[in-house]
Design a protein around this ligand. Sequence first.
Ligand code: XMP
Length: 536
Amino acid sequence: KILVLDYGSQVTQLIARRIREQNVYCEIHPGDVSPAFIREFGARGIILSGSHLSAYDADAIPVAPVVFELGVPVLGICYGMQAMARHFGGEVQGSDHREFGAATVRARGHTRLLDGIQDRQNDEGHGLLDVWMSHGDKVTRLPEGFKLMASTDSCPIAGMADEERGFYAVQFHPEVTHTKRGADILRRFVRDLAGCSGDWAMPGFIEEQVEAIRKQVGDKHVILGLSGGVDSSVAAALLHKAIGKQLTCVFVDHGLLRLGEAEQVMETFARHLGVNVIHVDATQDFMGKLAGVTDPEAKRKIIGKEFVEVFQREAGKIENARWLAQGTIYPDVIESAGAKTGKAKTIKSHHNVGGLPETLNLKLLEPLRDLFKDEVRKLGIALGLPHDMVYRHPFPGPGLGVRILGEVKQEFADLLRRADHIFTSELRNTRASVQDVAAGLATQEQVGNTWYELTSQAFAVFLPVKSVGVMGDGRTYEYVVALRAVQTQDFMTAHWAHLPHELLGRLSNRIINEVRGVNRVVYDISGKPPATIEWE
Ligand code: XMP
């Protein structure tokens, strides 16, 4: 396994991710963790991360000398390189000028780290690498015993190595995808230089996590708010595997879930996996509180507050509970860090159970907080959760509450649930075809994938306006349903999905024919920005 020492870079998690992609296990620990811990960790290789601080900052953490005494290869990245240089008596110079962005690095000499890894060659046959840089300080004199490994125009010492002792360092960031061969460089380090076998996989991760959770929790009881979403479901399955009956899940059904969702959650967790689940049907409470409220933010606040209240009431009944588990994943950790520094602006108040641990007097357990979404999904599959549940589109906490525009009423929720179900089932049953490729709607590689897989989020929205129609011989005056399907990587920006017209036509027919009370279906063709994904 590999030890990543974190000195406070924004992208340290990406180092771990890139390494785990090589099927090599690694853990991130703070740069100032005790020397004894580093010694006992038993790493085959150590990586020193970047930092938002300068090597000259009073708060900057120096590298513990033990790192260089274990006889294992060490890779310093950015700040890690500067700290390594200083440790060995090289020279680092601060500068007010930051180099930030794409750069081309020329490989110098031959080193085992970079040999054969290049994007192209220059006229003299030297390997060139397209990399991503983000630094102010730089190494200006090599330490004793180190040779030059790479340079750029503005940073003559962009990489250095003491091959005898296995110490390597780069000024650029191999962990970000803008450094095109970054994964190859990290792979070279962990597989070839550190000698990790690359046979680590999810089952191994599960075993380690199970062990860690058992140790942490002891004989105490854990409560988890199960929403039916991917993250809380995977957290529940993992905790159940670790501590079985010491886990109680509270599933608050606010009556604004998708068709059959409550049944599916109970079927999967309570019956199939044998997890303790308390199913609280709070539909009437929520509907009562929402009656007459039309303002989107007011609705969100009411749903969030009511959720916390119901959850607290139920959790308070569970004896011996000491822990509150949450399905927080790594992007949430970053997002809330951004929110804390005030950089992120609140566009919509997102509903979550933050603040609960304080009022319930529980300690927080977040077994997924180091994982990215795709890793969470793989974990879910490895834990035996159904594919459809694990690969489900995201669903907002306030549920259909933000997809029924204006006042939420039971009859609207029932109608919307059925329209939404028709939409998603058609997407699941329709595959991209060669005709779609010819029409420019899909690529050759996407042929055969379902449109559910080819969209990131798709749902129906209930519009409380009536329009005139004609059915049979009669005039109708009924509600409108809007369909929304988007494609996005990060949900911060999104494109509307170009669905095949035939599919859209079928959707309109089915919804109008099968859902009483709807006589018109429209398709949302707004991007984000300027629109948001949800309508409220
Ligand atoms: P917007 O509408 O802001 O949505 O473009 C971006 C993503 O966030 C989801 N979303 C929420 N998720 N609680 C959640 O857990 C919320 O209150 C909430 N509001 C929006 C939305 O479904 C989309 O994936």
